[in-house]
Each structure stands twice: as structure tokens, then as C-alpha cells.
Design a binder for this molecule. Structure first.
Ligand SMILES: Cc1cc2nc3c(=O)[nH]c(=O)nc-3n(C[C@H](O)[C@H](O)[C@H](O)COP(=O)(O)O)c2cc1C
Length: 212
């Protein structure tokens, strides 16, 4: 993604204090439907998740990975909400994320209260690794979770959690016949709460002095 397309599609640019990997990250909705994710690239992205920290090194995450053109990708697309079906299928890969939600039948792996937190952290690492390779992701919750658990034979102690579209950001939404609302939404300004709203000192609700 060029700097100019980043500015056009993000509207509000993240501040310069951020590392470029984070400054240029966004939840992309427009993907190049011709891009093919090489196995080595996918492996590197999954390694980033693998090396994320977790409570007691429990590593309570799993990923179901579909590559555009394969049966897993098609099955995930079938499970998406109508809105997500409008943009996500163009992504080179679609992943479902899972976290361990109970101790397994053999009591080999204990449930951790931090399992969903740890999964989120693994996804954040994966996101930054993808960005370092010129790719973007958009996470999503809009899909049939129960249907996914059934379709992919997910054991009862695992919870299907979110989806991740992963691919090369595209800039030719019109040519690729994306619906107008997707093109418009992909250009909407991005915004965030100010630090003062969520950084506290002394007691909750008191903005930290160092924020000025
Ligand atoms: C848990 C989660 C669920 C989300 N669900 C959807 C979704 O179903 N469809 C969608 O288009 N975007 C979804 N998003 C993307 C968010 O809307 C997006 O991250 C947010 O608007 C911030 O955008 P930005 O990362 O570009 O700043 C989801 C993101 C997360 C983390």
C-alpha cells in the first residue's frame, strides 16, 4: 500500500510516534482477488502467532486456515454473514480463530482464564507480521460460530472465536465489482478515543498527569 492510498483509505492517520508497521495498519476491506499467498508467507504469519506470549505458556489458540480456491476457504465463506460475504471472499486467506474454553477430556491441558486474551495477543502478533510483509488483515465476528464448530469438527473444549481475512490490500474496488457500500466504508475516516479516556492514574477516571 502506498502512503497516498493509506491516507485516502484511512482518513485519520495514526500519529508519527508509532512504528510504521502500526501506523500503516488498518482493517482493510478491499483485497486484491488475484493475489496468492505463498505457503512460506503464510507459515511466517502463523509463526508470529505461535511465538506470542500466553499465561503459563499455555498457548490456548488454534486456527482453521482456508486459502482462496480451497475447500476450507469456500466453507468459511458459506458461514459468513451477508455483509462479510460482500468483501471477505477476495482475501487470499480466511482464518477462523479458536481459544481453549475448557480443560480437555484427557486433562492434559488445563483451561486458563486468560485463554481468550492470549488468543487476541496471538492475533495481534500475526497482524503485525502480515503488515511487515505488505499484507493487511481485517478481523470479523460476523459469521455462524455454531455452524463453524460443526463444519470443522471442533472439539467441545475449543470455542470458535473470530475470523480473519488476510491478503494484499487492493485499490481497485470499482473494477472488482465490490458493492458501493463496501467501497464507501473502506474510505471512511478512522477514529479513536483520546488517551485521556482510558489511561488512568491515582484512581480510575483520573487522567494521568504525564498526558499533559
Ligand atoms: C472482534 C472483532 C470483530 C469484528 N467484526 C467485524 C465484522 O463482522 N465485520 C467487519 O466488517 N469488521 C469487523 N471488525 C473490524 C472492525 O470494525 C475494525 O477493526 C474497526 O472498525 C477498527 O478499524 P481499523 O482497525 O481500521 O481502525 C471486527 C473487529 C474485531 C477486532
Amino acid at each position: 500500500m502506498t502512503e497516498s492510498s493509506a491516507r485516502r483509505s484511512t482518513g485519520q492517520t495514526q500519529p508519527d510516534v508509532l512504528t510504521p508497521l502500526l501506523r500503516q495498519r488498518e482493517s482493510t476491506m478491499v483485497y486484491d482477488p488475484t493475489h496468492v499467498l505463498a505457503p512460506g508467507a503464510l507459515r511466517a504469519i502463523l509463526e508470529a502467532a505461535r511465538w506470542a506470549p500466553s499465561a503459563g505458556n499455555s498457548q490456548p489458540w488454534s486456527f482453521i486456515v482456508g486459502l482462496r480456491g480451497d475447500a476450507t476457504h469456500a466453507a468459511i465463506v458459506d458461514l459468513l454473514s451477508t455483509a462479510n460475504q460482500a468483501w471477505a471472499p477476495a482475501a487470499s486467506a480466511i482464518l477462523l480463530t479458536l481459544h481453549q474454553a475448557a480443560t480437555d477430556e484427557d486433562h492434559e491441558v488445563s483451561y486458563s482464564d486468560y485463554a481468550m486474551f492470549d488468543l487476541g495477543q496471538a492475533v495481534a502478533h500475526l497482524t503485525v507480521q502480515a503488515r511487515s510483509m505488505g499484507l493487511q488483515v481485517r478481523q470479523f465476528g460476523g459469521f455462524d460460530h455454531a455452524g463453524a464448530a460443526a463444519r470443522f469438527a471442533v472439539p467441545a473444549h475449543w470455542a470458535v472465536t473470530t475470523g480473519i481475512a488476510l491478503g494484499l490490500p487492493g485499490t481497485r474496488g470499482e473494477e472488482w465489482n465490490l458493492p458501493g457500500w463496501v467501497q464507501a466504508r473502506s474510505r471512511m475516516p478512522r477514529s479513536r478515543l483520546p488517551l485521556e479516556r482510558f489511561v488512568h492514574s491515582g484512581e480510575f477516571g483520573h487522567p494521568a498527569d504525564f498526558l499533559g
